[in-house]
Design a protein around this ligand. Structure first.
Ligand code: TYD
Length: 226
């Protein structure tokens, strides 16, 4: 078993993963907040590697079959896991913004068989904890649109249809995440409808307890840490 701690942050688009994972990193590395500072490696999927870049273009393109996307995400993850493992062996805390569970939630929602997704990802590392930021697609999209300052464009009929389609597809993704959270004891669900500060507070509370308890084995139910 490696010495580090592997943390994953998951959630649908607009759930605030990026902000929360960066804030968590700052908190963990702040020497005033802990008896010892932690060395943290922040990362994300798709990665910035060759397959990750290919994937981002494929996602924009929108014409690649979900099964092929699942294979590309799994290939990107093989490279990613090698990098994560190195950092964990050095005893670092690794925080990944998205991971394997995005494939199950997103590609699963597009009709790809979940068992097969697990099969092609069977060499992936199992995280110590997954923070699932739960938000409705309506709230998530509202955040994205207000960030892009383009909410008014929804008056346009075509855009409105796109919006409704997006809500529908994210609803399926959310359902898959909720199922994963229900099935896996290392998933902790955080209500991401709350303010950024409150969400970060809940994450820190669980992290504080986890650090105090020491590295957990995956049979411990982390939901009781909330
Ligand atoms: P990104 O621009 O990083 O969005 P976000 O800020 O929401 O993370 O794009 C990631 C997109 O890739 C996102 O829509 C989810 C999708 N994705 C999958 O469909 N499967 C996967 O396995 C992963 C890692 C991401």
């Amino acid at each position: 078993m490696n010495k580090g701690l592997f943390i994953v942050i998951e959630g649908i688009d607009g759930s605030g993963k990026g902000t929360q994972s960066k804030r968590l990193k700052s908190w963990l590395t702040d020497k005033n907040k802990h008896a010892t500072t932690h060395s943290v490696f922040h990362t994300m999927e798709p990665t910035g590697g060759k397959i990750g870049v290919l994937l981002r273009n494929a996602l924009k393109d929108g014409t690649i079959a979900p099964k092929i996307l699942a294979l590309l995400f799994a290939a990107d993850r093989i490279e990613h896991c090698k990098e994560i493992e190195q950092h964990l062996e050095e005893g670092k805390i690794v925080i990944s913004d998205r991971y394997l569970y995005s494939s199950i939630a997103y590609q699963g929602s597009q009709g790809v068989d979940k068992e097969w997704i697990m099969e092609i990802n069977k060499f992936s590392l199992i995280p110590d904890i997954v923070f699932y930021l739960d938000i409705t697609p309506e709230s998530g999209l509202k955040r994205i649109f207000s960030r892009a300052k383009s909410y008014e464009h929804l008056k346009n009929e075509q855009k409105e249809r796109d919006y409704l389609e997006k809500i529908d597809s994210l609803e399926k993704v959310r359902k898959n995440y909720l199922k994963l959270a229900d099935e896996n004891p290392f998933f902790v669900t955080i209500n991401a409808e709350k303010t950024r500060k409150e969400v970060q507070g809940s994450i820190r509370k669980v992290m504080g307890r986890l650090l105090k308890a020491g590295k957990t084995s995956n049979d411990k139910d982390l939901r009781y840490f909330l």
